[in-house]
Unconditional design. Structure first.
Length: 236
């Protein structure tokens, strides 16, 4: 494994994680605090046990750790092996990889188990949720691979046709969504606030992946690619 790939992945991950951590520390934590205050107004609970500064610092640190993990694992290791097979060139390849990462880690699982705000209880048990989350991660990864293959198979077609071909496999995720067990939730949080919370989480995760991809592209191509290491090239 080329050290240069790991270093670039780590740098991009730290940058993306810092942006994500700051987003959580400001927007995310403020939203969560508001929801908790709303919930306490119904159950008369106590205030937070830690200071806002400590919570913010923990959010930034946690964001950096998540970014570092994704940066090294996806943009360091996975990019090293998959770079010749990724669609497009340069920044487009990073965006495609980031989209695949988001779909695998968050997007697909959230179709069955969307993020829930504080104070909301779910009918499904923890073990069942973990199994379904892991299964949807596998499904998301499979769909991402299939999307890349259909994109490459449509080489030479109009750009719009290739885009539709790449997005078409996403429809396959509707099958596990339909088959998933019902997971009704209970709590005092209004539906509108719960939806806003979910979209805030989605935006934060999308920002994390997008920032990693952009920074990784700005760092340029590593000196040694998988193609240079002897892997066959599958460029368009």
């Amino acid at each position: 494994m080329a050290t240069d790939h790991l270093e670039r992945g780590a740098l991009a991950g730290v940058a993306g994680g810092l942006v994500y951590g700051l987003f959580v520390a400001t927007v995310g934590n403020a939203f969560t605090a508001g929801l908790e205050a709303f919930e306490h107004g119904h159950d008369h609970g106590g205030g937070p046990a830690v200071t806002e500064l400590t919570t913010a610092a923990a959010s930034v640190f946690g964001g950096v750790l998540w970014g570092l993990l994704f940066g090294v694992a996806v943009f360091g290791v996975a990019y090293y092996f998959l770079e010749p097979a990724l669609p497009g060139t340069g920044a487009t390849r990073r965006i495609a990889l980031a989209a695949a990462g988001f779909l695998t880690v968050s997007g697909a699982p959230w179709l069955v188990l969307p993020p829930q705000p504080p104070g909301v209880e779910q009918a499904l048990g923890t073990e069942a949720r973990m199994l379904w989350y892991g299964g949807m991660m596998v499904a998301g990864a499979a769909v991402a691979v299939l999307a890349g293959l259909t994109y490459r198979r449509s080489a030479g077609r109009h750009g719009a046709v290739r885009a539709v071909a790449a997005l078409a496999p996403l429809a396959l995720l509707s099958a596990p969504v339909v088959l998933a067990p019902a997971n009704p939730t209970h709590g005092h949080v209004p539906a509108a606030l719960a939806a806003a919370y979910r979209w805030t989480v989605v935006f934060g995760q999308a920002t994390l992946w997008a920032t990693i991809a952009v920074v990784h592209a700005r760092l340029g191509e590593p000196e040694l690619t998988a193609a240079d290491a002897g892997y066959p090239s599958t460029a368009d």
